[in-house]
Design a protein around this ligand. Sequence first.
Ligand code: NDP
Length: 282
Amino acid sequence: MTATIIDGKAIAQAVKRNLKGEADQLKGKGVIPSLTVVLVGNHPASESYVKGKIRASEEVGINSQLIRLESSISERALLDQIEQLNADPSVHGILVQLPLPDHINPDRVIATISPAKDVDGFTPINVGNLVIGQEAFLPCTPFGIMELLKQSGTEIAGKHAVVVGRSNIVGKPISLLLQRADATVTMCHSRTVDLASYTRQADILIAAVGRPEMLTREHVKPGAVVIDVGVNRHHGKLVGDVKFDEVKEIASAITPVPGGVGPMTIAMLMRNTVEAAKRIGK
Ligand code: NDP
């Protein structure tokens, strides 16, 4: 069996096309959806992520603003900047690009963002609402994975989903969302003993580890749906956490890297921003 390749790029384009229609409708009502990205310093990967977010905003018709701050900025000054954005009614979404310089506590910064404008879904209020099943801005990568599963026609209810990785931005929230969609979920991490014995049971396998091509065909049950979140530079090439060429021979569906989860993350950021504009602009 050769797997269906889940085309995240095409699915993300479709999401953005729909959002453009919604953004146009909002503009008709006098609400211009807007996203403010705060970038502290000039970390090269952050520069490239921010560029992608600004470009996507333009595609969707979201008004984007980039606030660049020196890496020497004090934590207090950064918090003041966020509070100003919280109070500005023309700003619907606020995103602080991570990582931050070492002298700034990222938890304090994130917790300062108004939950109503937290389009990354990282504030304690939105995370808490996700846990208890209340309305929340969902973190963009897991939200994008759920959309990929939906658009690829993957059945989730009653299936065994195995998530490798337990970070706050991917592993933990995707485990919650899959469980909420009635999967039986197993979470694995660096202290899991005999990882393959778990991953081989997965109907849906989510790899969010950050180790190039760590999951091989020995880790995968034939017919599984495999979602590769990893983005790793390896021998000058961008690769995922899954050994794509061999796993695609046994999986029923698989996301490529690049062109899988990455574009969906940005599309869902746009989704959250349009949603924030709808709620705030009312
Ligand atoms: P983190 O480093 O925060 O978390 C990695 C997780 O993997 C941890 O829970 C860790 O376990 C676990 N892990 C590490 N080594 C092993 C191992 N040998 N066996 C099993 N589990 C292991 O990473 P992120 O969640 O932030 O990101 C994961 C990957 O996804 C990265 O490649 C990142 O670049 C990519 N990413 C891609 C995005 C996209 O839009 N495409 C968005 C976000 C991330 P422990 O908790 O025990 O340390």
